[in-house]
Ligand binder design. Structure first.
Ligand code: SF4
Length: 309
């Protein structure tokens, strides 16, 4: 069993790539998991069989809530990049830029450009499924983006980040991976900082409501990566979820025991994914039943091909 870090993607073993979102799909609905990871395979080619292509297009869609999260993360990444270069970023200009991006992407999604270019154009499932979303609801999303960015600029934490020498900035929207039982565990740190007392602080920007259990899992997975890459130095890591909609923060202490429990949970999840795949690239759809919890379906991009409209 290898526990080594792997910074360069390779194709050893069965190439299984595990992430918190993949695990969540597995837990939410096995059919969704199948359609996302197997049914849509090869659909990035425009001349793929129509059913495969459709699943691929659908899996690239975002909800309007996820969309705001993506735009806010991108704007924060731009701001932090500028701060790192010693440049100032007026909050108004960032809000304006975020608004321009959202307007352009909204129009793109409404016109269905994503059907031709799913990798490059934004697609919203509200447009795909012609959901009845009022102008006020769309405007509320743009306003939420603005609130999140303005709250980001007001954070006392931002002063600490900007005051720290940039060599203490360990990660800014950085992709990384490590290995558990031959599977590649993929992480994307929003931000990580080595604080003055030498401890690592992992930060997760959130545009939604607090979900402490989910935050703790995410931070523990980051923590395994952080421990292997940067070392603990102490008996715990610090994690902070920053809820940008309100400016509130939630602090988490990630201890060695949490890292061990999370590693075990990843192992369990990886084992289950492998059992379901049954050593083949093309597992049988019948082994992936639809969830009995139909409340999941209204939040699922696959509801049409799945027959749960
Ligand atoms: S529509 Fe419902 S049953 Fe079908 S894949 Fe999505 S969550 Fe699963």
């Amino acid at each position: 069993m290898s526990s080594q870090l792997n910074f360069w993607p390779g194709e050893e073993g069965d190439g299984l790539r595990w992430s918190v979102s993949r695990d969540r799909r597995l837990t939410d609905c096995l059919r969704k998991y199948y359609l996302f990871h197997y049914g849509s395979r090869g659909g990035h080619n425009a001349d793929a069989p129509p059913k495969v292509r459709e699943l691929y297009v659908l899996k690239t869609l975002q909800s309007r809530h996820m969309w705001v999260g993506t735009v806010v993360h991108n704007m924060i990444e731009l701001a932090l990049g500028a701060f790192k270069r010693g440049e100032e970023v007026p909050v108004d200009s960032l809000v304006e830029r975020g608004t321009r991006v959202m307007r352009a992407q909204y129009a793109e999604s409404l016109q269905g450009v994503y059907r031709e270019r799913p990798m490059r154009a934004l697609g919203l499932w509200e447009h795909e499924y012609r959901e009845d979303i009022s102008r006020e609801q769309w405007r509320e999303r743009r306003d939420h983006m603005e609130t999140c960015i303005r709250n980001f600029f007001k954070l006392p934490l931002l002063e600490e980040i900007r005051a720290a020498p940039t060599w203490r900035w360990l990660a800014v929207e950085s992709l990384g991976q490590f290995e558990v039982d031959g599977a590649k565990i993929v992480v994307r740190h929003d931000f990580a900082l080595r604080q003055e007392d030498d401890q690592v602080l992992m930060i997760d920007w959130k545009t939604g409501i607090p979900r402490p259990e989910s935050e703790m899992l995410q931070l523990s997975v980051y923590g395994i990566f952080a421990q292997r890459k940067w070392g603990l130095g102490h008996d715990h890591l610090r994690g902070r979820a920053v809820y940008l909609g309100t400016g509130e923060t939630g602090d988490f202490i990630v201890r060695q025991g949490d890292l061990e429990r999370t590693t075990e949970a990843i192992r369990h999840s990886v084992r289950r994914m492998r059992e379901l795949a049954a050593d083949t690239d093309t597992p049988e759809i019948v082994n992936f039943p639809k969830t009995a919890d139909k409340s999941q379906c209204s939040r699922c991009a696959f509801r049409r091909p799945c027959g749960r409209l």
